[in-house]
Design a binder for this molecule. Structure first.
Ligand code: LR7
Ligand code: MN
Length: 574
């Protein structure tokens, strides 16, 4: 009898717990589901907290009410909470095969929920910030060419799930001539059912992401345009800080921190808030550490936006009218590339500013190679687009680009007169001004003594990077006069620099190596004596000489002896 009684108690308790779970689950689902209203994101009268007051994560809501152990009862889908997806070993061949379709792990992406949960990755200071109740509305524009269904729709779901409904005007998809069936009628039907107006425009002919974005922007109804790539995931509170920066100053272009979604496992990996955008001599966009100067300007408060010299290009908010006022995009650019730097230079030089808003985080699937076709060839397209920047915006600094990329000169780049006119009409400042005031840490030296070959008087050979990377030895071969790997600049800061690498020696003797230029002198400081033609390494007080017998093709430092092996001729020395 007693045992029966005991059983009854257990059954009754389990039933209660079960019911509680169901109720809580319904509550949770309602708050994040696509059909819910904006209740979950209510702003406050005196302002709003980004992401609203309710934490959308299951733990956030539930932890307050029930013991932690019971949380495991919520069914977790692969990848939930930003975790890595584990593809069962039986599917590894399929995983390898399908990777090629989009250059990311499609099997993993397809295993995940379109509503996968993500933790709140924001800095503590961001969680409590108050944002204006009245914010401009935004149209989100996403262009794609043959994007995977699951990544594209996860992007869309994450926007809807994590944006205050009253701020989200619409989501505009621009299908740039994809040839996958599911991205046509099936997509139209799917997005038509979403609780936020979402629709796709389509181009018959492949236009490239630049003209595709222009098409999307044209029909946008929101006050602000927000561009995203087609494989992103917005995290809680991502939108409010972006719109706030635009509201504060309509000439601010606001970028989130771009976190990494692993192309292999779809794990959500947070990026650093101490990184900003720069570029190298080839005009490739590059991430570099935020310099002390900018950290100091922000008073050490990491939740303050960082002023960045350039932006990655894919993820940003800009006031719609300002977008057009400042010259939208260069329509002459094809397929992919360079529009991000073009826009960055233009914004800064013509009176605007670019912020990385560190309280806003959006994940992006970074891939190692691009999955789609490049009509006309990758090099031709990138050279074409980049030359359009160089010719319009770089002034006297274009020598750096052309000397290190001598082959580019033969690429046609079309007519840039309209863009040059735009620059004139907007009365934009010079590139030198940009380097002096916005990007003094740039890999393009503001002032320099020489640009070209560095030739040894004894052997007649030139120093050459041999295409090696940071940390590797420098080479020396016959002078080919074709620029590229033999172009070095002897800068006003007394560095011997090629692209973003500098000649560096960390010992009192031995081979010269290439290292990322730090602009701080130290092991990268060289004194050139025009009379003796010696290149003296300041720190070690040694001279650079032709390769020793052991170091066959690497110049090294040793005691200065006045020999011709230690004499160097710098091309075009001023
Ligand atoms: O012909 C094309 N048509 C398109 O619609 C080629 C591409 N696209 C779409 C594509 O489907 C994707 O949605 O354009 C978007 C960007 O292309 P990706 O994702 O293949 O390139 P990416 O992530 O390497 O691109 C970065 O650099 C580009 C330069 O043109 C753009 O500025 C991208 O928006 C930019 N992405 C980001 O900034 C995300 C962070 C990456 C970094 C750094
Ligand atoms: Mn991308």
């Amino acid at each position: 009898r007693l045992r029966l009684q005991y059983c009854k108690v257990i059954i009754a308790t389990s039933l209660v717990w079960f019911l509680l779970d169901v109720i809580l689950l319904m509550y949770y689902t309602d708050c994040t589901s696509l059909t819910s209203g904006s209740d979950c994101n209510n702003g406050r009268a005196e302002g709003r907290r980004a992401g609203g007051d309710i934490d959308l994560k299951p733990e956030g809501i539930l932890q307050k009410i029930i013991p932690k152990g019971l949380l495991n009862r919520i069914p977790e889908s692969p990848g939930d909470n930003g975790k890595a997806v584990v593809v069962p070993s039986a599917r590894h061949d399929e995983y390898k095969e399908k990777f090629k379709i989009n250059q990311f792990n499609l099997v993993a992406s397809d295993m995940m929920s379109l509503n996968r949960t993500l933790p709140d990755y924001r800095l503590e200071a961001c969680k409590n910030k108050m944002y204006p109740t009245e914010l401009p509305t935004t149209s989100v524009v996403i262009v794609f060419h043959n994007e995977a269904w699951s990544t594209l729709l996860r992007t869309v779901h994450s926007i809807i799930n994590r944006s205050p409904r009253e701020l989200l005007e619409e989501i505009i998809l621009v299908d740039d001539a994809s040839d996958r069936d599911e991205l046509k009628k099936k997509l139209d039907e799917y997005v038509a059912k979403l609780p936020v107006r979402t629709f796709a425009l389509r181009s018959e002919k492949r236009e490239g992401l630049i003209r595709a974005r222009l098409r999307g922007a044209e029909v946008a109804k929101g006050d602000v345009l927000t561009f995203l790539d087609a494989h992103c995931e917005c995290t809680i509170g991502w939108l409010e800080p972006l719109l706030t920066e635009v509201k504060k100053n309509r000439k601010t272009v606001a970028c989130p921190i771009i976190d990494v979604i692993s192309d292999e496992s779809f794990e959500y990996i947070t990026g650093s808030d101490m990184t900003w955008g720069g570029f190298n001599w080839k005009l490739n966009f590059r991430w570099y550490p935020v310099p002390q100067r900018e950290l100091t300007r922000r008073g050490g408060d990491r939740s303050q936006p960082t002023k960045t010299p350039t932006m990655a290009g894919g993820l940003f908010s800009i006031e719609k009218d300002y977008f057009y006022e400042i010259g939208s995009y260069d329509e002459g650019m094809d397929i992919w590339g360079a529009e991000n730097l073009e826009m960055s230079f233009r914004i800064w030089m013509c009176g605007g500013q670019i912020h990385i808003v560190t309280c806003s985080r959006v994940g992006h699937v970074f891939r190692k190679t691009s999955p789609y076709s490049w009509p006309g060839g990758v090099a031709r397209i990138i050279n074409h687009n980049t030359q359009r920047i160089v010719e319009v915006w770089l002034d006297e600094y274009k020598d750096f680009f052309y000397k290190i990329n001598p082959g580019v000169r033969s690429t046609e780049y079309g007519d840039v007169s309209e863009r040059a006119k735009l620059r004139k009409n907007l009365q934009c400042k010079s590139f030198r001004w940009y380097l002096e005031h916005i990007y003094p840490e740039s890999q393009l030296p503001l002032d320099y003594f020489s640009l070209g070959e560095v030739k040894n008087s004894d052997s007649g050979k030139c120093i050459d990077t041999m295409g090696r990377k940071s940390g590797e030895k420098i080479g020396m071969v016959h002078c080919h006069g074709l620029g590229g790997n033999q172009v070095f600049s002897y800068t006003k800061k007394q560095a011997l620099q090629t692209d973003d690498l500098c000649l560096d020696v960390s010992a009192i003797a031995g081979p010269a190596k290439l290292f990322q230029c730090h602009g701080l002198g130290g092991n990268q400081k060289w004194e050139y004596d025009k009379e003796t033609k010696e290149l003296k390494h300041i720190n070690s007080k040694q001279c650079l000489g032709k390769p020793s017998l052991e170091e066959s093709d690497t110049p090294s430092i040793g005691p200065c002896d006045g020999s011709t092996g230690q004499k160097w001729i710098l091309q075009d020395l001023k």
